[in-house]
Design a protein around this ligand. Structure first.
Ligand code: NA7
Length: 537
């Protein structure tokens, strides 16, 4: 038992957990990372589907805390593909000698706060226990997949593949009739790649996506070295940027749009010119985040731009979204719409008739039957709260975190801590910048804040820190009020950002949208003032 007693425990060995371990070791804390998987990597270990790639530039979607790491590691492409990010995390783990404090195959099933001892007792699925006064949940925001329970789903005689647990050895799709369910970021990334491999691809689309074309390319010789020489400026610009990514990415495109002229006063010529520029140009207006009518006008232009790419008129019309642009995660793609011009690709618009059943030979919808050899599920995640809700997390008075969130909604103080759950820190929990930003930039800020907080507790002779309910309420109100004025709050916005993709989940926008610099300013102000909004004892 004593071997399993630590100063701090971290759940999850992905991007967040690895840096957290490094920071806590630097403080001299005896720390252990508990990881359920067979290896490190988190999101970038599991999501190895064809075409899996980050939508932020590699030189920004990477740790900034170590110049040695950023100078030594070699990115080969402007936006990194999954294997390269996984390899990068392995490199970091070796470089910082992290693996000796990581326990793999350790799936935490329950954790209880012992109020008398003021410490957490964690129990793994194997029965093994771990004890520490502090726990950092670095368990990921998109780590629990939503897998639909269509009638007959288990009867399918072909291969059922899930985007977030793709076989490590890959899967040969050549000469196969493949069906893909889901057209979020994952579906949009994999569809063009699968179309090139499969004999036939049927895309089952419930909600069409807004997706912006992007050319990912290999770095030219010497280009990466030039960028590395500019790292001080690149990192400084990132730090000041609301989404933590100052170079072009889908997020910064959105931010840049805010400075554009409004569509509402645009002339017919302006609009025609916008459509000429393609789907990205069609959306490039300054008023579409705050005005739902403006947003709908831009969507109309977007539909016209799709119709210029997709030759079949019915397919082109089916690809036009009905939700407001901006309310879901912006997607970038490589040849998505062009894929629907291929002879071996078909689109099933589930808005005209839903999936009724999976049979041994394929998928039945209200519109007809599709014979398939492979079904690919790209159906999303129980985001933000999913991972912690699957653990029996019991705080004060034995309250279960999942019950608390089910009743109150996914509330927190700063997206970092939850009232009634002392000494539990969440990296990028609901109410933090997290998924509305460059996640790596956001997590670095959290990890550093948590480490400084633990140092403060130690130096000030405190053992317990706990968010106060009143501060939590005010934070939730503050975060919610920022999105209230935008299309993000529109009732037709159903996405993982607000929990609408998980049946029964309490709806609440789960990001903090004032940007990382403002968020950092507030977190630092709170810390400097002696951790206002927290009780320390
Ligand atoms: P998303 O963005 O949640 O997309 C999931 C997709 O799956 C979306 O098109 C869903 O349609 C669709 N879906 C979910 N359930 C069903 C059922 N039952 N029937 C048909 N279609 C369904 O998840 P992703 O994995 O693509 O992306 C998640 C994040 O990963 C992304 O935002 C990036 O941050 C990285 P819906 O829209 O709900 O109608």
């Amino acid at each position: 038992m004593d071997d399993n007693r630590f100063d701090a425990l971290i759940i999850g060995a992905g991007f967040s957990g690895l840096y957290m371990l490094h920071e806590l070791r630097r403080l001299g804390l005896r720390t252990c990372v508990l990881e359920k998987a067979h290896d490190i990597g988190g999101t970038w270990l599991f999501n190895r589907y064809p075409g899996a790639r980050c939508d932020i530039e590699s030189i920004e979607y990477s740790y900034s805390f170590s110049d040695e790491i950023q100078q030594e590691w070699v990115w080969t492409e402007t936006m990194p593909a999954q294997p390269e990010i996984e390899a990068y995390l392995h490199f970091v783990a070796e470089k910082l000698d992290l693996r000796r404090d990581i326990r793999l195959h350790t799936d935490i099933a329950a954790m209880t706060f012992d109020e008398e001892a003021s410490e957490w007792v964690l129990r793994a699925a194997s029965g093994e226990t771990f004890v520490a006064p502090y726990v950092v949940a670095a368990s990921g925001i998109l780590s629990v997949p939503v897998e639909p329970d269509f009638q007959g789903v288990d009867t399918f005689a072909g291969a059922s593949l899930y985007s977030s647990r793709w076989p490590a050895v890959g899967f040969d799709l050549t000469r196969k009739r493949v069906g893909v369910i889901g057209t979020g970021s994952t579906g949009v990334q994999m569809i063009p790649v699968i179309a090139e491999q499969a004999a036939h691809l049927t895309v089952f689309q419930r909600s069409p996506a807004f997706t912006l074309p992007w050319r990912v390319r290999e770095f030219a010789p010497g280009e990466l070295d030039e960028l590395k020489a500019q790292y001080p400026d690149i990192r400084a610009a990132q730090r000041e940027h609301p989404v933590g990514a100052a170079r072009l990415s889908a997020f910064s495109v959105l931010i840049n749009m805010l400075a554009r002229p409004p569509i509402k006063t645009a002339t017919a010529d302006d609009k025609a010119e916008a459509v000429e520029k393609g789907v990205m140009g069609a959306l490039d207006w300054g008023d579409i985040f705050f005005d739902i009518d403006a947003n709908r006008m831009a969507t109309e232009l977007y539909g016209q731009a799709i119709a210029r790419i997709v030759t079949d008129a019915e397919t082109a019309a089916a690809l036009v979204p009905t939700h407001p642009f901006g309310c879901k995660r912006p997607i970038i793609d490589q040849g998505y719409y062009e894929t629907f011009n291929r002879a071996n690709v078909g689109l099933v618009d589930l808005r005209k008739g839903v999936i009724t059943e999976v049979t041994p030979t394929g998928i039945a919808t209200e519109q007809g039957f599709h014979e398939l050899d492979v079904i690919v599920y790209a159906t999303g995640f129980d985001a933000m709260t999913g991972a912690l809700s699957r653990i029996d997390v019991r705080g004060r008075d034995g309250v279960l975190l999942r019950d608390y969130w089910a009743t109150e909604g996914p509330v927190s103080y700063l997206g970092l801590a939850v009232a009634g759950f002392p000494n539990l820190f969440i990296v990028q929990g609901p109410g933090s910048p997290s998924a509305a930003t460059n996640f790596v930039a956001a997590l670095e800020q959290h990890v550093e804040w948590i480490a400084a907080c633990l140092k403060h507790l130690h130096d000030s002779g405190n053992r317990t820190i706990e968010a106060l309910p009143e501060a939590q309420r005010e934070w939730v109100e503050h975060a919610t009020s920022i999105v209230a004025a935008t299309v993000l709050a529109h009732p037709s916005c159903n996405s993982w950002y607000n929990g609408a993709n998980v049946p029964g989940k309490k709806r609440m926008y789960m990001g903090y949208t004032a940007g990382i610099p403002e968020y950092r300013r507030r977190c630092d102000e709170i810390a400097t003032a002696g951790y206002t909004g927290f009780a320390l004892s």
